[in-house]
Ligand binder design. Structure first.
Ligand SMILES: Nc1ncnc2c1ncn2[C@@H]1O[C@H](COP(=O)(O)OP(=O)(O)O)[C@@H](O)[C@H]1O
Ligand SMILES: [Mg+2]
Length: 296
């Protein structure tokens, strides 16, 4: 078992990268929509570290911990195997930094690579297993980001590892997640707009089986695995008993919109970063994901 001290040097490197704008000392394993995933201490791990937004108060961190534990337990109780994960804390001068730490998966064990190397039968079985999880887990109170890039194989078993955003809601549809914590990575001038017009719809898609399947399918274009989209639809239309069948046109439209929304948010965050660093001469506090090569 590693101790708290092990991750302080990583945070030190991250802070140096943030202050200097030079991220070359960091080993980036992958990009999500929110941040970068870093390998530590070596370029291949053994740890994959996901830096959460800085916690300004102890009760916020305690609340996150509780939601995180609850989310993992909920998914497990529905039969989703969760990749071994823990929260590591690094106190800093202006708040508490927390990392979600997991063993690194081999690049060849990540969902998109697995599908890329699969036969027709194996690929179908993989997508079918993910759609089964959508069918059993996704509900108005439990969200799942089922895209292929959030799954991997450990000892030939399908595991889910994207648990940094514990998506749980109460029976009135209110997010239990501290959404403001994640909003803090957006420039202040954008927050009211995103809060009002975007946040609900971004999160909603994870709480509705049809939308989760559409997202899984549409993201295959990003991975250049678009040839599997019809298989996802066939499986989803049947397993999720959809009244309105999913279609390729819908997936393409959805993907273009998704690309625009995230592209816009990303650009705004970069603009804000330059403003903070070059004009205000203040260190920027978030590790932004690199550019994703999206095409359709
Ligand atoms: N444990 C891990 N081992 C190897 N790569 C990982 C691991 N966790 C995440 N990654 C890589 O980083 C990407 C983003 O990680 P993810 O947990 O999905 O974060 P996000 O919430 O930002 O989407 C993944 O799609 C994958 O490529
Ligand atoms: Mg992800």
């Amino acid at each position: 078992m590693t101790t708290l001290a092990d991750f302080a040097p990583l945070e030190h490197l991250v802070e140096h990268a943030l202050a200097s704008g030079d991220e070359t000392a960091l080993h980036v394993l992958g990009y999500g929509e929110i941040t970068s995933v870093l390998a530590w201490p070596n370029a291949d791990g053994p740890w994959a570290c996901k830096r959460l937004p800085v916690f300004d108060r102890a009760d916020r961190l305690a609340d996150f911990r509780a939601q995180f534990g609850h989310y993992v337990a909920t998914l497990q109780s529905e039969g989703v195997q969760i990749h071994e994960s823990r929260i590591e804390i690094v106190p800093t001068d202006d708040g508490t930094v927390a990392y979600i730490v997991q063993p690194t998966l081999e690049p060849s064990a990540l969902g998109p690579a697995v599908l890329r190397g699969s036969s027709e039968t194996d690929g179908r079985a993989l997508l079918s297993a993910i759609i089964d999880h959508i069918a059993t887990v996704v509900s108005p109170v439990v969200g799942l980001d089922a895209q292929l890039a959030n799954w991997g194989l450990v000892d030939d078993e399908l595991v889910y590892f994207d648990i940094s955003t514990p998506m749980l809601r109460d029976e009135h549809g209110h997010d239990l997640l501290d959404t403001e914590l994640f909003m803090s990575s957006l420039p202040p001038f954008l927050r009211p707009v995103v809060r009002k017009f975007l946040l609900g719809s971004i999160l909603d898609q994870f709480f509705e089986p049809r939308a989760a399947a559409l997202d899984l399918a549409a993201n295959l274009y990003k991975e250049r695995l678009g040839e599997w989209v019809p298989t996802v639809f066939e499986l989803a239309n049947e397993r999720l008993r959809l009244d309105r069948a999913l279609t390729v046109d819908e997936a393409k439209r959805y993907y273009r919109r998704d690309m625009r929304v995230w592209g816009m948010l990303q650009t705004m965050r970069r603009v804000d970063r330059s403003w903070q660093q070059k004009i205000r001469r203040r260190p920027y506090r978030f590790l932004l994901p690199g550019r994703i090569n999206r095409r359709l």
